[in-house]
Design a protein around this ligand. Structure first.
Ligand code: NAP
Ligand code: F7E
Length: 332
């Protein structure tokens, strides 16, 4: 019999890539969505799978809705990808971020414990939990947490609660500590997509500047399509475990900018990029770099898309998207 999986955050970036992977493995995929006046299925449309998913309403900030979802679906696997995931907004919306990213996970774990204890659970943990935790130039499963944002702090709570449900009640709960991963369907607020969209707009004359914050920050950037594979593999293991997932190399925002402009056919990026204090953070995470040895060894995982390929893929997708829009506008 085919397995079933519930994905929260199905309309975001990772949800569609994971759904596509699970569908290819013949899973029945349920996608939890919030109540909307007008839901946006754009990312699922981009991957051509909107009609292949069973949707169910639930909100991470509403415990009764999560109990209902788990009672109705009783899936073999839950992938909890829902979150207020933008670090910058987490200072402006600290309470909401805590409710959704921390308490929401407690609600979901409790619902599984009470109504579907055989369900395997994946929690979307993050390198933002490390913040400025001590490191030797990299972060692995042993590195201390010292989160620098309400987002990172809420994710530490959820991460520890995921471990606690495993240790207290014997549930199969895992955390993937994923470093930044991007794609052509990355949210437009995040720096990579903001840059590639900006390059395309400048190229087609729809913008003349790109306003950015701290260009010196360094991140370990990979491709989202590669990272959902590891989520799946974690839940197929004999025992629940936590894994760091990243590429093992990092690059500055400035390097990303330079390369993106090059792929866009614009050589003098300095002419277009403006430093803007609005996009700087009250407390920055200056540098992150994964040491994903455990995932490589135990899950036999390795990313396929390199940094350069990722930047190229994102620039090309945005050039195509913006060109189509401007062609449509021209044709009236
Ligand atoms: P994303 O694009 O922002 O997607 C998050 C999804 O969560 C959205 O579909 C959003 O729904 C949903 N959501 C937000 N609040 C909700 C609520 N109250 N109830 C139900 N759903 C809610 O994020 P992503 O990049 O796919 O990341 C997936 C997960 O991995 C997140 O938990 C993120 O924190 C974590 N993570 C991401 C990265 C990364 O680099 N991408 C790295 C480490 C960890 P709407 O569509 O309605 O807004
Ligand atoms: O920022 C700097 C910014 O917003 C990356 C989320 O998926 O990954 C993501 O969090 C860096 C930071 O991602 C701008 O200060 C400069 O140093 O793309 P970002 P993030 O904060 O690393 C982690 C792993 C997650 O878990 C999160 O959910 O880029 N930066 N100028 C800028 N960032 C933004 N957004 N906009 C700028 O203009």
């Amino acid at each position: 019999m085919s397995k079933s999986a519930l994905i929260t955050g199905i309309l975001g970036q990772d949800g569609p890539y994971l759904a596509k992977l699970l569908l290819s493995k013949k899973y029945k995929v349920y996608g939890m969505i919030r109540r909307y006046s007008n839901p946006n299925f754009g990312n699922l449309d981009y991957l051509g799978i909107t009609d292949k998913i069973d949707y169910i309403e639930g909100d991470m900030s509403d415990e009764s809705s999560l109990i209902n979802v788990i009672k109705v679906v009783r899936p073999d696997e839950v992938y909890n990808l829902a979150a207020q995931s933008f670090v910058g907004d987490s200072w402006r919306m600290a309470k909401l971020t805590t409710e959704v990213n921390a308490l929401g996970v407690l609600f979901l774990l409790n619902a599984i414990k009470l109504f579907s204890p055989m369900t395997r659970f994946y929690q979307a943990s993050t390198s933002e939990m490390y913040g400025i935790g001590n490191s030797n130039g990299y972060q692995d499963e042993e590195t201390n947490f010292h989160p620098r944002s309400p987002y990172g702090i809420a994710k530490v709570y959820a991460h520890m609660m995921t471990i606690n449900f495993r240790e207290s009640y014997g549930l199969f709960t895992c955390s993937g500590i994923l470093f930044n991963h991007e794609s052509p369907i990355r949210g437009i607020q995040f720096v990579t997509r903001k840059i590639t969209d900006g390059v395309a707009r400048i190229k087609f004359g729809l913008a003349d500047k790109l306003y950015l914050g701290n260009l010196d920050a360094k991140r370990d950037w990979g491709f989202a399509g590669d990272y959902v594979e590891v989520m799946y593999r974690m839940l197929q293991e004999k025992k629940p475990n936590d894994f760091v997932v990243g590429t093992g190399e990092n690059h500055s925002v400035k390097e990303f900018v330079k390369l993106a402009f090059e792929y866009g056919g614009i050589s003098d990026w300095q002419k277009y990029v403006v430093s803007d204090a609005r996009f700087k953070r009250p407390a920055e995470v200056h540098e992150l770099k994964a040491k994903p040895d455990k995932a490589k060894k135990l899950l036999n995982w390795k990313q396929k898309v390199s940094f350069k390929e990722l930047v190229k893929m994102m620039v090309e997708a945005d050039l195509k998207r913006v060109k189509t829009k401007s062609d449509l506008a021209d044709s009236g």
